[in-house]
Unconditional design. Structure first.
Lengths: 130, 664
């Protein structure tokens, strides 16, 4: 594990308040995830990869934008690991870097759609940009 | 002035590594009353004990202080040594300079200083010690077993086999417990009823055993050797001695729609019922919540058809008082409620069942006559999904699950999967597991047979959710080895529910003053060395009331508990603890505070006549301690406002002398 990843791991653990060592590898998070097929790395992998310090891989993965933040994994985890909080922490670490906003005000007009609640766009702005 | 000897132990390097034992022995020589002081490598060894005996003789010692390990370790040893040397064994004090000194300190000067202070305190106390003689109490040669499952049955049979009378108290109308509900037993697949019911018959026929079914323990008083127990015999409205168990009443009873608890509510029984064909005692019971006669006074059919005249609608609960020498707790377990696990849709679909329900569905005496049919439409299920660890190992869901591993689920799930594949080879069986835990004789081989010979699909992963949709159960789960999410259309989902101690255990523990852990399992006196004894003397543990265990383990523990009970009942007298409370009548003001704080009910009050200085007499209310019941906890001595109550061996002035010695 590189020193850079070491620091990144520490940062993720601090931001999320998650202790990945509590995981007993049951896979219920990934069993329950509605976004599973969209994700390159699945909820249980997020927990394991944070534990082993593979933060850079997670930061480069589009998976961090595929998590719906539905928190089903948090609700159903028998050990209280809270995988969604890790996804959230990795995503925040990425978008807080300069020029890494995943969504800007300019991209909103193209998204406007009568069927899409405005609330969803507001929520996406909050999630995907600093 | 006492003649005190001080003996400082090295305990190898355990003490001598951190405490300058020579310096301690030297310092003690200057304490008031000390006439002899020495050190030795192992005081508890034969040579060490001989050294003490010789010193008692040579220096005419009448008090001994041993500076060594915790009194829990060797106090009894040194008391025996003192007795062998002709001293009263309560003239010995232990200064704990190991656990409370050498083991917790790193530096020699600090350790030595503390050891000297502890030794001084012990010398100060022994100067005030008085000889004590333990009282004797008789042993009632009869045992009580609470719970009539396989644990209680085996314990009772083993105790009775040694010739002692035993009573079994069971809350249900029949003994047999959970094992009577099972279909087959792992790992040999013999039928549960075939091996259990002969034992139930043995119990019924054994002259030494009395069965109080449909009864519960409502009060326990007394102590080891002499427990006074109140047993409530709930009114069953059928005279047990007259009823022949012919079943005529149950056939005629018009109330046919009462959920049958023996089949976990999957079929119905009558309001007057015999739980199952092999019930012991085979006696009918009227359910007062559903009987028309008891509820509205209109019916009385069962009474008309009963040839034995056993029906008695006016029966009342009866209370029985019995005395026992020993009590065995065998209250057993229940599967936890699945209602709160929304993700598995247990409350939404009849086809999501627990493993115990599956046992009944596969049992020849069950609601389907042994044919596996799913509860919703009575069709044969073709795809069955088993989910393990439902509510077990569940740290984050304390409000619905349990943190511990329930231990038996891996094996019974393998059994179910194997039996289904054997009987219905056209069925696909999936087992979702987190870990497969099969330690035990022939256990792992059994699980591997399920996979290798019977083709059960074991999937490493957990089911995330089950959604009932048009008669199909959509199961979504993860396959961690293949790193993919699985979607299975199942006909039946079986949940391996965690097990928990029976709800009656907690109030019973309070009655027995037996300790429990946070999960309401009874605590053993020592997790390794005294596994079937409760820390409360005379109370023993059998079966799952102590922790999750399977049938072979339960039966071994039941036998072990029985052997401990037999060991106790073989004794004619028990030596008590002489360190009991004592009230000074002249100082007692009759306030009753001690009576209220005593957890053992050892203190009573009596009116006593006292002669006054002017030669008149006066009647005063004073406290009296029952020394056989007192456990020497000291609560009363702390609570006593007039300073009348004192604890022998730990008198207030002795404690104060110790404190003074430490603070000097």
């Amino acid at each position: 594990m590189s020193q850079k990843n070491d620091r990144a791991k520490e940062q993720i653990l601090k931001m999320s308040g998650v202790n990945p060592l509590k995981c007993m590898r049951c896979g219920k998070c990934s069993g329950t995830c509605p976004s599973y097929d969209e994700m390159e790395y699945h909820p249980h992998q997020f927990v394991y990869m944070v534990e082993t310090g593979e933060i850079d891989k997670l930061m480069q993965s589009p998976s961090i934008y595929k998590c719906l933040s539905c928190f089903a994994c948090v609700d159903r985890c028998p050990r209280g690991v809270e995988p969604a909080k890790l996804v959230e922490a990795v995503r925040l670490t990425v978008i807080r870097q300069k020029g890494m906003n995943h969504m800007t005000a300019d991209s909103i007009p193209a998204l406007l759609d009568d069927d899409l609640p405005q609330q969803a766009i507001v929520s996406a702005m909050r999630k995907y940009s600093k | 002035m006492k003649r005190i000897g001080v003996f400082v132990c090295h305990c190898g390097t355990n003490i001598a590594g951190t405490v300058d034992v020579k310096a301690v022995a030297e310092a003690m020589k200057h304490e008031p009353g000390v006439v002899f002081s020495t050190d030795y490598q192992y005081m508890c060894s034969q040579a060490g004990q001989e050294m003490i005996k010789a010193a008692v003789k040579e220096h005419r010692l009448d008090g001994i202080v041993v500076c060594s390990c915790s009194p829990r370790m060797h106090e009894a040893t040194f008391r025996k040594t003192a007795a062998a040397a002709g001293l009263n064994s309560y003239m010995v004090e232990i200064a704990n300079i190991r656990e409370q000194c050498s083991w917790v300190h790193k530096e020699m000067p600090i350790g030595t200083e503390k050891a000297i202070i502890l030794a001084k305190a012990a010398v100060a106390k022994v100067s005030l010690n008085a000889p004590l003689t333990p009282g004797e109490s008789p042993v009632t040669k009869r045992a009580l077993v609470i719970g009539g499952g396989i644990a209680g049955i085996q314990t009772a049979l083993d105790i009775a086999d040694a010739g002692f009378p035993v009573d079994i108290v069971e809350t249900k109308p029949t003994i047999g417990g959970k094992m009577a509900q099972l279909d087959k037993t792992f790992p040999t697949l013999d039928c549960a009823a075939c091996i259990l019911t002969p034992k139930m018959v043995d119990v019924a026929q054994n002259e030494k055993i009395r069965i109080f079914s449909y009864s519960e323990v409502t009060d326990v008083k007394g102590f080891v050797g002499n427990f006074d127990v109140t047993i409530k015999r709930k009114a069953r409205y059928v005279n047990e001695t007259l009823c022949t168990g012919c079943g005529a009443c149950t056939e005629k009873c018009p109330m046919k729609k009462v959920p049958n608890e023996f089949n976990l509510g999957m079929d119905n029984r009558h309001a007057v019922y015999i739980p199952f064909a092999q019930a012991v005692p085979k006696v009918a019971t009227i359910d007062p919540n559903h009987c028309l006669m008891l509820k509205s006074g209109k019916c009385g059919l069962c009474s008309k058809v009963c040839g034995a005249g056993a029906i008695d609608y006016k029966a009342k609960d009866e209370f029985l008082e019995e005395r026992y020498g020993a009590i065995v707790v065998a209250t057993g377990f229940n599967p936890i409620s699945m209602e709160k696990f929304d993700e598995f849709a247990y409350a939404q679909s009849k086809d999501v069942i627990t493993s115990l329900e599956l046992e009944r569905l596969m049992n020849a005496a069950g609601p389907t006559g042994g044919t596996l049919l799913r509860p919703s439409d009575h069709q044969h299920p073709h795809t069955i999904v088993f989910v393990q660890c439902v509510g077990s190992r569940c740290e984050a869901c304390a409000e619905k699950g349990k943190e511990y591993c329930s231990k038996i689920c891996c094996m019974y799930t393998a059994k179910h999967a194997m039996l289904i594949r054997d009987k219905y080879p056209d069925t696909d069986v999936y087992v979702f597991y987190i870990d497969v835990r099969t330690p035990g004789k022939n256990f792992d081989e059994f699980y591997r047979r399920a996979v290798e010979e019977y083709g059960v699909h074991y999937i490493k992963g957990m089911v995330g959710k089950v959604t009932p949709e048009n008669g199909v159960l959509k199961v979504q789960g993860s396959d961690l080895i293949d790193n993919r999410q699985l979607h299975i259309d199942a006909d039946l989902v079986v949940l391996a529910a965690a097990i928990e101690p029976d709800k009656s255990a907690r109030p019973l523990a309070t009655m027995l003053t037996a300790s429990m852990d946070t999960n309401d399992f009874f605590t053993e006196a020592h997790p390794k060395l005294r596994p079937v004894e409760s820390p409360t003397a005379g109370v023993f543990l059998s079966g799952t009331c102590q922790g999750p265990k399977d049938i072979p383990e339960t039966v071994s523990q039941a036998g072990a508990a029985a052997s401990k009970v037999i060991g106790l009942l073989c004794k004619d007298k028990l030596l008590g603890n002489p360190c009991v409370a004592h009230s000074d009548e002249m100082m007692c003001n009759g306030c009753s505070t001690c009576e209220k704080v005593c957890p053992y009910g050892a203190i009573t009050y009596e009116d006593k006549e006292f002669r006054m200085p002017d030669r008149t007499t006066k009647v005063r209310r004073v406290a009296k301690v029952n020394e056989a019941v007192c456990q020497g906890c000291g609560a009363c001595t702390v609570a006593c406002m007039s300073g009348a109550m004192d604890l022998k061996g730990f008198m207030n002035k002795q404690i104060m002398a110790e404190v003074d010695a430490i603070c000097k």
